[in-house]
Design a protein around this ligand. Structure first.
Ligand code: HEM
Length: 333
């Protein structure tokens, strides 16, 4: 982990905003899915020599289609905001919160970005056991696609469409399998909520948030197995933005039909995903805030960062606020 230097990551963020054509306000206002005939949807290039990839099939697919850097390197928040909106219609709230969590594992926080393989870091901040399509860290490689695990998930869908109940049951079956075979199996509230979030995200990106968990099984399979957007199979980017709120709602719905018991002390609500991401992102926000105060509060860079945070979700920031000066470690919260 590299928290001490995280404050410094804001300088390149500002540089990126300029590269992307002006202020953060312009960037945020311009975020939209790419037109359906954008060539990047058709052009798929798997990673070549020197390119890096992650345990995340969504980011890998976006890199394979050049929505984010194809080499997988230096994914800054502005780059992610633009790429995730264009390729998958991900809302800015999702990208800043989850991208902020991703920055915590950067090997080079001074760059303001992370390389996709930085996300391999086990059990922090997002990687976890019982993934749908990866092996647990205990078995060696926690980041490459692992067909036996994914086959055991996808084979549970009978017919051509997904549904909430089967998706929840399939996710739970991975937990049960890891629990049985992995003597170091780690699965608390963070892992429980994040893994529901990941099921919600494949259901929503492979159709749209209002589809109630229904998507083509083939599209989902292409996303995981080939890390490709299933454009030639007929998939098109969701016309509805996929946000922390839409995912949080789906997490709640999945949990409501799941056979999986919640870990002791967990209360699952529509806000649980957002709360879990905030809990891991708080270190990022805290470092950012102290950096703003101490060094750059009265510069345009400081203004720029404040504007990002406030415009994206003032309420989200407000919820973080009391935590920013909290000196406890996140594990103790
Ligand atoms: C900046 C944004 C993102 C970051 C930092 C991120 C990071 C991660 C990480 C570290 C994992 C591994 C968790 C595990 O151990 O299973 C993961 C899993 C996953 N991510 Fe992402 N992700 C992001 C955006 C997306 C997007 C846009 C999608 C859309 C499809 C997506 C879909 C998934 C799915 C489906 C999984 C579960 C994989 C599995 O269980 O095998 N992610 N993500």
């Amino acid at each position: 982990m590299h928290f001490s230097s995280i404050g410094a990551l804001c300088i390149p963020l500002a540089a990126d905003a300029q590269l992307l054509g002006g202020s953060i306000g312009n960037l945020l206002n311009s975020l939209a899915p790419a037109p359906k005939d954008d060539l990047r949807f058709k052009n798929f290039h798997p990673p070549g020599s020197g390119d890096v990839r992650s345990p995340c099939p969504g980011l890998n697919a976006l890199a394979n289609h050049n929505f984010i850097p194809h080499d997988g390197k230096n994914n800054t928040i502005p780059v992610l905001l633009k790429g995730l909106a264009e390729g998958l219609n991900m809302g800015a709230d999702f990208t800043v919160a989850v991208g902020g969590a991703g920055l915590l594992s950067s090997n080079d926080p001074l760059s303001g970005g992370f390389d996709l393989n930085d996300l391999d870091e086990h059990s922090f901040p997002i990687e976890h056991d019982a993934s749908l399509s990866r092996q647990d860290f205990y078995f060696g490689d926690d980041h490459s696609f692992y067909a036996p695990n994914w086959n055991s998930v996808v084979s549970q869908f009978h017919g051509s469409k997904t549904d909430l109940k089967t998706a929840a049951k399939a996710k739970y079956s991975r937990v049960q399998d890891s629990e049985k075979r992995n003597p170091t199996f780690t699965y608390g509230i963070r892992e429980f909520i994040f893994s529901y979030g990941e099921t919600a995200i494949y259901l929503q990106t492979m159709n749209r948030p209002s589809a109630n968990g229904v998507a083509e099984v083939d599209y989902v399979d292409v996303l995981f197995r080939e890390e490709r957007l299933p454009y030639k199979e007929g998939w098109r980017v969701s016309p509805e933005p996929i946000t922390l709120a839409s995912l949080g709602e789906q997490v709640f719905e999945l949990y409501s039909v799941s056979p999986e018991p919640a870990p002791e002390g967990a209360q699952v609500t529509k806000d649980s995903l957002k709360d879990a991401i905030i809990a891991v992102s708080v270190l990022f926000y805290r470092s950012l805030w102290s950096w703003l105060n101490e060094t750059y509060a009265d510069t345009t860079t400081g203004d720029w960062i404040c504007e990002v945070l406030l415009r994206i979700d003032g309420r989200h920031l407000q919820r973080c606020w009391p935590l920013l000066n909290d000196t406890r470690s996140v594990d103790d919260m």
